[in-house]
Design a protein around this ligand. Structure first.
Ligand SMILES: [Mn+2]
Length: 405
């Protein structure tokens, strides 16, 4: 990634800040096994760095002041865990000029706090019965020394930046979606009655790793038969039974950007009559809702329209008589913003803008019939409408019946 892109992002952030506002962004702490290290998304967005425990400080005075604090390498430790990045490398990747060591932070933070009236940080939320996280701990301590300062979580000022995707970001998302799609197609091709759900997960993992993607965006849901009616089923350890469909809700991540795709297909390669009825209704709703996506449309409106269509479908399928009972078979909302977080920042009541990427994922879940269907696509909001980024991943009935063996 070009450091110029990161410089633009930080400029965008500084624009969101008022004079005498300060922002302190903490990198994630080191994981036990560094290969699984997952960076804090706000830190990664603003620095491009995958180093643990660093802290970026941006202060908006007359001119913005920016300083990044990183760990100091200890030669005796580096023999075991490998070398830490040196200041020059960090500076080259991030485009940040002023790099200092973390052991200088406590002395310097007073200077930044003293000249500020408000501080934002990636504080996160945890309940009062839990210990403070490291961000909350530092801010709490600083507030004792500088009681005039108000503190706030930084999510709100990141939304306008992170919810509008740039060309580079869309390239990462498209790659994540395409690789996920290859995995899904392989699963559909290889699935058979009698296989275990985790065997299908392994097919996906193989494809993702083989293509060089390091992480899944979230833990894959591979749910056969009645398991598909449990929305967050992730045990993936059941056997696929006769006449069962499999619901996949999966997404690889590319450079931190997640895909989020759901497909439902008959493991035997043939839908039963009832499955086909239900599947067709969900597919129609999926398509109608995708067509509604354009700038100016609110997520609230998309949700209301989906509920309306689901109610009609459930009555047609003879599942309910009174439309107010629809919640028994449809319990979630139609979609969410997608990006570095699978459920990306962006308000539930947000109005769509060009450059947003959202999911459209209607579903119908009928535990008593051991059926759950969800069809989820990833949709880019364009200038006049939408572009379905996952349009190449099969979802038509004839495609699904031909794909499976
Ligand atoms: Mn989703």
């Amino acid at each position: 990634m070009d450091s110029k892109l990161l410089i633009d992002r930080r400029k965008g952030l500084v624009k969101q800040l008022k004079a005498k506002e300060l922002i302190i962004i903490f990198a994630a702490s080191v994981a036990k096994y560094p290969r699984n290290f997952l960076q804090d998304n706000n830190f990664k967005y603003l620095t491009g760095l995958d180093i643990p425990d660093a802290i970026l400080v941006i202060s908006k005075q007359k001119k913005p002041v920016m300083e990044l604090f990183i760990e100091r390498g200890i030669p005796e430790m580096e023999v075991w865990v490998g070398k830490k990045m040196i200041k020059e490398e960090v500076s080259k990747i991030s485009g940040i000029e002023k790099i200092s060591f973390l052991d200088e932070l406590e002395r310097k933070i007073g200077f930044y706090m003293g000249s500020s009236i408000k501080v934002y940080a990636n504080l996160g939320y945890n309940n009062i019965d839990k210990p403070l996280n490291k961000q909350q701990d530092l801010i709490a301590k600083a507030k004792q020394h500088f009681p005039h300062i108000t503190a706030s979580d930084m999510t709100q000022i990141m939304i306008p930046l992170r919810s509008v995707k740039t060309k580079w970001e869309l390239e990462q998302m498209q790659k994540a979606i395409d690789v996920t799609g290859e995995g899904i197609k392989n699963i559909m091709n290889k699935s058979k009655i009698g296989m275990m759900e985790y065997e299908l997960e392994a097919i996906l993992q193989y494809e993702v790793t083989r293509k060089g993607l390091q992480h899944m965006g979230f833990k894959p849901i591979i749910a056969a038969g009645g398991n598909a009616a449990t929305l967050h089923y992730e045990q993936n350890n059941s056997q696929i039974g006769k006449d069962e469909m499999v619901l996949l809700d999966v997404g690889a991540a590319c450079n931190g950007y997640s895909a989020d795709i759901s497909r439902t297909f008959p493991a035997s390669g043939k839908f039963t009559k009832r499955q086909k009825e239900i599947y067709s209704e969900v597919l129609k709703i999926n398509k109608k809702m995708i067509e509604m996506v354009k700038p100016g449309v609110g997520m609230k409106k998309l949700n209301e329209k989906t509920v309306d269509l689901i109610q009609k479908a459930l009555i047609k399928l003879k599942l309910i008589k009174d439309k107010k009972d629809y919640r028994k078979y449809y319990m979630h909302s139609v979609g969410h913003h997608l990006g570095m977080d699978t459920h990306d920042i962006g308000a539930r009541d947000s109005v769509l803008k060009m450059g947003n990427v959202i999911t459209i994922e209607p579903g119908i879940y009928i535990p008593e019939e051991k059926i759950g269907v969800r069809i989820e696509d990833d949709i880019l909001v364009t200038k006049t409408g939408y572009n379905n980024l996952s349009k190449n991943i099969p979802k038509e009935i004839n495609e699904l019946e031909n794909l499976s063996s």
